[in-house]
Design a protein around this ligand. Structure first.
Ligand SMILES: Nc1nc2c(c(=O)[nH]1)N[C@H]1C(S)=C(S)[C@@H](COP(=O)(O)OP(=O)(O)OC[C@H]3O[C@@H](n4cnc5c(N)ncnc54)[C@H](O)[C@@H]3O)O[C@H]1N2
Ligand code: MOO
Length: 443
């Protein structure tokens, strides 16, 4: 029995839902790879103990995570009224006429928590970010005085040379945000700026949807590791690298990669000892051959393998597989590399976004493109053809058109053209659906 693309997608959609939120610490880890000292994400689950702190660090990989609970300001921003300049805190009334010379009765640095009070007719030396003394209402920057900028002792007196506006160079408590005000709504995708806003508003932790943990399994006795010597009949495993990169780009965390020969028992042994994952993606071993390893190993009431009316990527499998003894949503893609590329963008990227809380459906983003070339499409199947954009028009990346083994041409694709099942020939000027294949993690 043959399914259409939307039926297959609806089945996949039924397999996934947003992951349970996790409380993460906003700590001092750098953004980026997070290689230093960051334990494997397998530990970052509800109830897990993160070494050395009560909550796992969020900063290392928080960009792109979805906030699961609204953030409300616990502190005002700024949290206290402070100076915007290095200079002298004064009463404006005392410097209304310039030049004005005042005795300097104190020195306050950023971080100084002692309570200061300014006596009328005096000045307190003050640094950027230091709390305003009670009684002071204006800051005169050091350049507007007779005192030299730079590291030095506070002078006994200061002469203010330039006229000052009332409240000049003062940053008032709460002028950015009041305590109790909303900072970030639930559902927002965390940017570095969003995390820093939450930190400045007094939050130490955030509730986020964790990055989905993905296991990738490529199958085929013909496969060898990239770069390995090839005997005739063997090929490099390019799907493993392709899927790992695409999964990471779509916001997943690839925690396991396996390559299995065409041996269902070996495949089941690999899955039996797998770490905890949220999604299994396999490639190959599902169509009509004599050695369909994935289908043989995983077939059962919770999985289905069928043909979808699409090209490439016709054979598809989906369901729930036992991985490490746990039921895990599984997308089993056909082995041809362009079919993997297509199936990932049409189905798997959406599953990852649903798990991560970024989307409520597995549908890909479909824009429009205008064909620049002419090509054929199979009757009765939706064609997903890798296209490159040139001068506002879309062209097949290879003169052979939509052929599922043309992996070496894939880097020039900007997206997938979507040709409806009832269209057999695309002509220059035709408008068609277009699924962007770059930056799909960010849409
Ligand atoms: N008699 C039929 N034969 C085939 C049909 C069919 O309907 N009837 N469908 C064809 C289509 S369409 C596809 S797609 C493939 C899907 O088959 P499988 O999913 O079982 O994939 P494999 O046979 O394992 O591999 C297909 C192809 O891709 C190469 N491959 C596999 N894995 C990798 C990898 N990790 N890296 C690079 N290349 C890989 C493999 O060597 C094969 O050339 O079936 C058609 N046949
Ligand atoms: O459906 Mo297969 O994926 O055309 O090559």
């Amino acid at each position: 029995m043959r399914f259409d693309v939307s039926e297959h997608r609806a089945f996949l959609e039924g397999l996934v839902e947003p992951l349970e939120p996790l409380e993460c610490a906003i700590d001092a880890l750098p953004y980026g790879t997070g290689r230093e000292g960051v334990p494997p994400l397998a530990d970052a689950r509800p109830g897990a103990v993160w070494p050395g702190s009560s909550a796992p660090p969020v900063a290392a990989g928080s960009a792109g995570l979805v906030l699961a609970r609204e953030v409300v300001a616990r502190l005002s921003v700024p949290p206290f009224t402070n100076s915007a300049m290095d200079g002298f805190a004064v009463r404006h009334a005392d410097v209304a006429r310039v030049p004005a010379t005042l005795p300097v009765c104190g020195d306050v640095a950023a971080g100084d928590t002692r309570k200061r009070t300014l006596k009328p007719g005096t000045a307190v030396r003050i640094m950027t970010g230091a709390a305003m003394p009670d009684g002071a209402d204006t800051v005169v920057k050091v350049e507007d005085t007779d005192h030299a900028p730079g590291v030095s002792e506070a002078p006994p007196t200061v002469t203010i040379r330039a006229a000052q506006a009332p409240a000049a160079n003062v940053r008032f408590k709460g002028e950015d945000l009041d305590a109790g005000a909303p900072v970030l709504p639930a559902g927002v995708v965390l940017s570095p700026a969003a995390v820093s806003a939450a930190a400045s508003a007094g939050c130490g932790t955030l509730f986020v949807r964790p990055r989905p943990r993905i296991g990738i399994l490529t199958t085929g006795s013909e496969l060898v590791a990239p770069g390995e010597e090839l005997a005739e009949g063997r090929i490099p495993d390019s799907n493993g690298a392709l899927l790992a990169g695409l999964a990471a780009q779509a916001g997943g965390d690839v925690v396991a990669r396996w390559r299995s020969a065409d041996d269902p028992e070996a495949l089941l042994a690999i899955l039996a000892s797998a770490p905890e994952i949220d999604l299994l993606v396999t490639a190959g071993g599902i169509s009509a051959g004599a050695y369909e390893t994935v289908r043989q190993a995983l077939s059962g009431p919770t999985m289905r393998f069928h043909h979808v009316a699409q090209q490439p990527g016709g054979p598809q499998g989906a369901g729930v597989a036992l991985v490490g003894g746990r039921p895990v949503p599984a997308a089993c893609l056909p082995g041809n590399p362009v079919s993997v590329y297509v199936s990932f963008h049409v189905y798997v990227a959406g599953m990852i976004r649903v798990l991560a809380g970024r989307s409520s459906t597995v549908e890909p983003t479909v824009r429009q493109a205008v064909a620049g070339g002419e090509w054929t499409s199979p009757r009765g199947k939706v064609q997903f053809i890798p296209l490159r954009l040139d001068g506002g028009r879309a062209f097949p990346i290879h003169e052979l058109g939509s052929r599922s083994h043309l992996v070496a041409s894939l880097p020039s694709a900007d997206g997938l053209g979507v040709v409806p099942a009832d269209v057999e020939r695309v002509m220059p000027g035709d408008t068609l659906g277009f699924i962007p294949t770059e930056g799909s993690a960010n849409d």
